[in-house]
Design a protein around this ligand. Structure first.
Ligand SMILES: NC(=O)c1ccc[n+]([C@@H]2O[C@H](COP(=O)([O-])OP(=O)(O)OC[C@H]3O[C@@H](n4cnc5c(N)ncnc54)[C@H](O)[C@@H]3O)[C@@H](O)[C@H]2O)c1
Ligand SMILES: [Zn+2]
Ligand SMILES: [Zn+2]
Length: 376
């Protein structure tokens, strides 16, 4: 934690938001560990903020000082080639075209849109785990939300809810069919709830953290502890008549646990990503099914079973969430009835000064931490 100058308006499309709540994401944990070489001293982290508009630039019309807003984690202009196709994470106006961003794409294609608080390959934009945030492209990004319910009702519109919504949409499980969800962190929990809300028949959820398994079970998920079985795929096949789940969501990403070999490859930098959960997910999907990846991956994966995916005719869809694409679908559910139960995700509320402790318990899955919300 450090003190920095308050941000000021730099462009006519900027806004300044006074942050009232700001959450820590599984994606921040990647920066905290495996992606930390991409960080520089003085970088401000955080991409799940909400608060009150303090000031707007002259081109910002849909929000005004005093409005209560949630800020999407990706920064999109709303009117470029990709934004016009609802691919807000691919925004051409904000994508980082710097040398580092270009070099970090092995295909030589650069990176997607700038992200708040996400290093020097995603625009080096100061993030939202702070008292004040400068919001670029504020003529489009910030989502105005109603007064009344607590912040925790709307906060997850910044990331968790649209990410989970997109993962479920991409999974495209048939009505009454079976969805497998790997990882029962905030993203996986919400994937399960959204899928059931939309008429999926069964959700099988895989994790090992007791509090996360039991929270999912409370919502009707059939849970599986990956440390309690030999091969997750075998158990999932047993549970699904020998065929596998219709669709699988990987909500774990590059820091999956459960394989010593993968950990050594990552520690020795032979492989950036630990793909244990992804492989188990792939081994559990039925032929002709769908693999939806929302867990973040950053590099090549060795001995990747592409041929098996091909033979099994598995469709793969993935990527960062195009946040604004899903907001109009989600907002009507954040009503008094709170059908998704979003408010129970938060296990810890702390001040900004407690952020180092929050990171530690969230990373180590201690003290029942599922979602830590900081209150500046
Ligand atoms: N696509 C997007 O736009 C987007 C947005 C937000 C987060 N994410 C990514 O989604 C992932 C999950 O985020 P989160 O906030 O829920 O994080 P989290 O760290 O709280 O959750 C990850 C969960 O995966 C579990 N896990 C670890 N290894 C596993 C394995 N082998 N099998 C099954 N489960 C395993 C962990 O116990 C943990 O509960 C992260 O990779 C994050 O970067 C992506
Ligand atoms: Zn996030
Ligand atoms: Zn754009």
């Amino acid at each position: 934690m450090d003190n920095v100058p308050d941000p000021i308006i730099q462009q006519p499309t900027d806004a300044i938001v006074r942050i009232t709540s700001t959450a820590i994401c599984g994606s921040d944990l990647h920066l905290y560990k495996v992606l930390s070489p991409l960080m520089r001293a003085g970088d401000i982290i955080g991409h799940e903020p909400m608060g009150v508009v303090e000031e707007v630039g002259r081109d910002v019309e849909h929000i005004k000082p005093g409005d209560r807003v949630v800020v999407p984690f990706n920064i999109s202009c709303g009117h470029c080639y990709f934004c016009d196709q609802d691919l807000y994470y691919q925004c051409e106006t904000t994508r980082d075209t710097g040398k580092l961003a270009e070099a970090s794409s092995l295909l030589g294609r650069g990176k997607g849109a700038s992200l708040f608080g996400y290093t020097h390959v995603y625009g080096a934009v100061p993030g939202g785990q702070a008292e004040y945030l400068r919001v670029p492209q504020a003529h489009f990004g910030p989502i105005k939300v109603p007064e009344g319910p607590p912040d925790e009702r709307f906060l997850y519109l910044s990331d968790v809810l649209p990410t989970a919504w997109q993962a479920v949409a991409y999974a495209d499980t048939p009505q009454g069919g079976t969805l497998g969800v790997w990882g029962l962190g905030p993203i996986g929990q919400m994937c399960a709830r959204i899928a059931m809300q939309q008429g999926v028949g069964r959700v099988i959820g895989v994790d090992t953290v007791p509090e996360r398994l039991s929270l999912a079970a409370r919502y009707g998920v059939e849970t599986l502890d990956f440390n309690a079985v030999d091969r997750v795929g075998d158990v999932v096949l047993e549970m699904t008549g020998g065929r596998g789940v219709d669709a699988g969501i990987d909500a774990v990403g590059m820091e999956a646990s459960g394989s010593a070999v993968a950990s050594i490859l990552q520690a020795t930098k032979l492989q950036l990503d630990r793909a244990t959960a992804l492989r188990e997910c792939m081994a559990s999907i039925r032929r002709g099914g769908t693999l939806s990846i929302s867990g973040v991956y950053a590099g090549p994966i060795q001995a990747f079973q592409l041929g098996d995916l091909f033979d099994m005719q598995i469709q793969v869809r993935m990527g960062q969430a195009n946040v604004r694409r899903w907001v109009d679908d989600i907002l009507p559910l954040l009503t008094d009835e709170d059908p998704l139960g979003v408010e129970d995700l938060k296990t810890h509320e702390m001040t900004l000064d407690d952020a180092p402790h929050a990171y530690e318990i969230f990373q180590k899955k201690q003290d029942g931490a599922i979602k830590c919300v900081l209150k500046p």
